[in-house]
Design a protein around this ligand. Structure first.
Ligand code: SF4
Ligand code: SF4
Length: 386
């Protein structure tokens, strides 16, 4: 994680358009021209962790991906989008729900294949991981990191460094969780070294992130070349001391005491306090155990144990129709990416088909959809700055 273009982190506010703010943030952080050569393939790594939209505070705003892809092209590079969701979600269904296929086509952005060839890479300085399996195309590739700023039930915060876990195959994502999360994240960041990071801190997430927390409108874009510096400033903005985030502490020990120069807005003027996730030991143990058991499960069955459990409808965050409140308006079906998942006549949700996007919950005018499970996101709200 040693840096060359020293630890500049830019912060811009979104006023007139996301495009203006992204371009301004990139310029303040030194621009992309020195980093991209004519003919370079440049992999864009947004956060598409789940089939839930940017306005719900979950995934990277596609406008940011578009503007960055445009900048890559203007430097002579070819933008290629590479992202896989959390293990419990299917990539193609997530892309369907977020309309990524059309987005990529309309904006002339190539999509990396879901069936990559993998290679094992040694991590000489690795503490938790001595080696890791990665997609072959990403070995020493130029990557631009496009994370979403959120709190995280296991890692406390997810932003630049944590976002890179989405580049790994499912088996390695599982190992990251089995082997303590923070150490593996710090190690993975020795393998992938994005040339630039642009953070979507427009609509963020607090509470039970990264998927089912509450949306918070911050209206910010951050940019920089050093992930640790970017993450430290992001943690400051959301009121979480970086020293309390394990993977930042570990990465910081591996660096030689960087000082960070912030350009644009100051973190204290745009900062606030995000509600941190409060999960007990039982939650963390259960999550860990499911990943451990999945090592066996996935050997004998197609798919993963958490996918199997969520499809039963008894485990995880799922919608439920409240018969007493529903007036059969059909609004939920119009926004459901898998309309056959909802049956208004019988007030039933087909959990085998439901992809747990919670669009139905967000849109129901009668509050007739309740959310089962440990996490229950609130409808988006504005957050006041300190
Ligand atoms: S949107 Fe709500 S009220 Fe309308 S059909 Fe669906 S559950 Fe019933
Ligand atoms: S039933 Fe609700 S949560 Fe499930 S896929 Fe449809 S809209 Fe999404």
């Amino acid at each position: 994680m040693k840096t060359t273009r020293n630890h500049i982190v830019s912060i811009t506010k979104v006023h007139s358009s996301i495009q203006d703010s992204v371009e301004q943030a990139i310029d303040l952080a030194g621009g992309m021209e020195p980093l991209i050569r004519q003919g370079d393939e440049v992999y864009l790594k947004p956060n598409f962790v789940a089939p839930r939209g940017a306005s719900q505070g979950v995934t990277t705003d596609l406008e940011i991906v578009r503007v960055v892809a445009e900048q890559v092209r203007s430097c002579g590079g070819t933008p290629i989008l590479f992202e896989t969701p959390a293990i419990e979600f299917d990539r193609d269904k997530v892309y369907d729900a977020l309309d990524i296929w059309n987005f990529a086509k309309q904006n002339n952005i190539a999509l990396a294949s879901n069936n990559s060839e993998f290679i094992k890479i040694a991590i000489p300085q690795g503490k938790a991981f001595k080696s890791v399996k990665i997609p072959k195309v990403l070995h020493q590739a130029k990557i631009i990191n496009l994370p979403k700023l959120k709190t995280h039930v296991s890692a406390k915060m997810t932003c630049a460094m944590k976002n890179l876990i989405g580049l790994l195959p499912a088996s390695e994502k599982r190992n990251v969780h089995i082997f303590g999360l923070h150490g593996p994240i710090a190690d993975i960041c020795k393998v992938f070294r994005p040339i630039f990071t642009v953070v979507d801190a427009t609509t963020c997430m607090e509470g039970d992130g990264p998927t089912y927390g509450d949306a918070v409108d911050l209206g910010l874009i951050l940019a920089g070349t050093d992930m640790l510096s970017v993450d430290k400033i992001c943690s400051k903005i959301i009121g979480i001391p970086w020293q309390s985030i394990g993977y930042l502490r570990k990465a910081d020990h591996a660096q030689d005491n960087p000082s960070i120069k912030v350009l644009g807005q100051s973190p204290s003027s745009v900062g606030t306090h995000f509600r941190v996730p409060e999960k007990g030991r039982f939650f963390h143990f259960s999550f860990w155990l499911i990943n451990v058991l999945d090592v066996l499960f996935s050997k004998f069955y197609r798919g993963h144990l958490n996918q199997f459990l969520y499809r039963t409808g008894y485990v995880g965050t799922n919608p439920r129709i409240l018969r007493d409140k529903c007036n059969a308006c059909g609004d939920c079906i119009k926004v459901c990416p898998v309309p056959t998942a909802l049956n208004i006549d019988s007030y039933k949700v087909n959990y085998k088909e439901c992809i747990r996007c919670l669009n139905c919950y967000q849109v129901c005018p009668k509050d007739a959809i309740a959310v089962k499970g440990i996490s229950r996101p609130a409808k988006p709200r504005a957050h006041s700055f300190c």
